[in-house]
Design a protein around this ligand. Structure first.
Ligand code: ASP
Length: 488
């Protein structure tokens, strides 16, 4: 009997989880032989999982986005159809992302993870740390840290920020902290110019070869190419058939890659669990609970949208995208999952490739419901936890909530579809409410774990978007054109 691919992937995940737990236990042993086993095992797991499998998926993303958008656009009957699909897709993205952030805010404001017993301990530790810092400042500079009305002096705050920066960049989380620090101090205008306008107009060859690829630039260029092909008409037939052929070929490569997915996904899972273990959840349990609770409600809403507007039952939806879902869960990258999302959506959910090839690459780049929800919860959690300390003068008011709401939506649009991206764009949300970024590292420990859930929700959101637009446009698109589905 042949075991189905999605079952094999599931078995791979469970196997990886168990191996990871075993390795995590070994890591804690003082015996050097065990330590060596742990290090070796992790090396091999990293080789097969992130390096080979994710590397191969990433290898095909750039040409895939290019080919799928050009072939998607050129397979549409006319520009009117492209306009209709485009607007509906963007309107759907905007509505669902807004819903996601609102759900996150409701959860974090009602659960109050930052006020729970375990969090109070974390806060008390920070209060003691700040007492020491104040004393150190007074001793080194001879100046008082607090002014007469007990408010921290500006010079002290600047000194404090520098101290925190030095400390975090020397630690094990140096890489992520540097990414955060690099994003600090940028205004919304800088972000618009550097992260939107510049990438949009980048030389396409540079966009394709950048690491990670410049998805925004590729999408824009492909749209332009596709539209120009439609306008030129017959003379562009060769170009159109080249991109349609390329699209089919890349989907075939995706199918080959999928056959090794169960093993590779087991390796990624084992590596993650072996590194992090279950103990990190003790202090951040309530915070994780708020994020996961919000995500669960949002998933239910997406499923309901798929049922009511898209006409797809929950069972059919999950059966249709379970492979993409599990791959998103383990790779933590919507971009790496994109080839599988397109294959699942067109082949199993019967979404017309005309819609899927256009809306899914766009969604993977800019529609991130899980990320948007998470950003709001994370920043409010940190404010609940540290609000009122020397360097965190914010309190939760209606204005703060509104600012967090707006910036969380923007930050999710700006986040790259790669692991940890949400953590980096969170700087935008934190800076908007003047939360010092050196408080963000507290949540590093559970970020990889939460990234699994938010990435799979991102992918689910994109898929439901394609289903909805496909349904709304079905009269104009006609029945799903299976003969033009990629790879067929
Ligand atoms: N990893 C997420 C994605 O690829 C982005 C994030 O970090 O939230 O969709």
């Amino acid at each position: 009997m042949r075991i189905k691919l999605h079952n094999l992937i599931f078995i791979g995940m469970i196997g990886g989880l168990l191996i990871g737990l075993g390795l995590w236990a070994i890591k804690r042993s003082p015996d050097e032989t065990y330590q060596a086993v742990y290090t070796h095992a992790l090396w091999w797991l990293d080789l097969f999982g992130p390096t080979v499998f994710m590397g191969a998926l990433k290898m095909i993303i750039a040409p895939l986005i290019l080919a799928s958008i050009v072939s998607g656009v050129t397979s549409l009957p006319d520009m009117k159809e492209l306009g209709a699909i485009g607007w509906k897709t963007l309107a759907y993205y905007f509505c669902t992302t807004t819903i996601a952030v609102i759900i996150g805010l409701v959860f974090v404001l009602t659960i109050q993870p930052g006020k729970r017993a375990a969090s109070v301990e974390v806060r008390n530790r920070r209060v003691a740390e700040l007492d020491e810092r104040r004393q150190a400042y007074q001793e080194t500079t001879g100046q008082p840290a607090l002014s007469a009305d007990d408010r921290p002096n500006t010079a002290y705050l600047v000194w404090l920020a520098e101290q925190e920066g030095v400390e975090h960049t020397g630690g094990t989380e140096a890489d992520r902290y540097e990414k955060l620090a690099g994003a600090r101090g940028r205004t919304a205008g800088d972000i618009f110019k550097d992260d939107i306008v510049r990438p949009l107009l980048m030389n396409p060859f540079q966009s394709l070869s950048a690491s990670p690829p410049n998805s925004l630039g590729i999408i824009f260029f492909s749209l332009l190419l596709g539209i120009a092909c439609m306008v030129v008409g017959k003379r562009a037939a060769l170009v159109v058939s080249f991109f349609q052929g390329l699209n089919a070929v890349i989907m075939q490569v995706t199918r080959w890659l999928m056959s090794v997915a169960p093993f590779a996904i087991g390796c990624i899972m084992a590596g993650l669990v072996a590194r992090n273990g279950p103990e990190i959840f003790q202090t951040l349990g309530w915070y994780c609970g708020a994020v996961l609770g919000g995500i669960l409600v949002h998933v239910c809403i997406l499923v309901a949208i798929a049922r009511v507007i898209g006409g797809v039952t929950p069972l059919r939806l999950f059966r249709g995208i379970r492979e993409a879902y599990m791959i998103a869960f383990t790779t933590r990258s919507s971009a790496a999952t994109l080839p599988v999302t397109i294959a699942n959506t067109t082949e199993k959910l019967n979404v017309s490739p005309k819609v899927a090839n256009f809306s899914l690459p766009l969604g993977a780049t800019m529609n991130m419901d899980g990320t948007a929800l998470y950003e709001g919860v994370a920043v409010i959690f940190l404010i609940q936890l540290y609000g009122g300390l020397d360097d965190v003068s914010i309190t939760m008011t209606a204005m703060t909530t509104l600012l967090i709401f707006i910036t969380a939506v923007l930050a999710s649009v700006g986040a790259a579809a790669v692991p940890d991206a949400g953590l980096v764009t969170m700087v935008l949300v934190a800076s908007a409410v003047h939360l010092p970024i050196y408080y963000i590292p507290l949540i590093f420990a559970v970020d990889a774990f939460l990234d699994m859930f938010r990435t799979s929700t991102n992918v689910l959101g994109d898929t439901v978007g394609a289903i909805v637009v496909n349904r709304l446009e079905r009269s104009r698109l006609g029945a799903p054109a299976l003969d033009t589905a990629p790879g067929r």
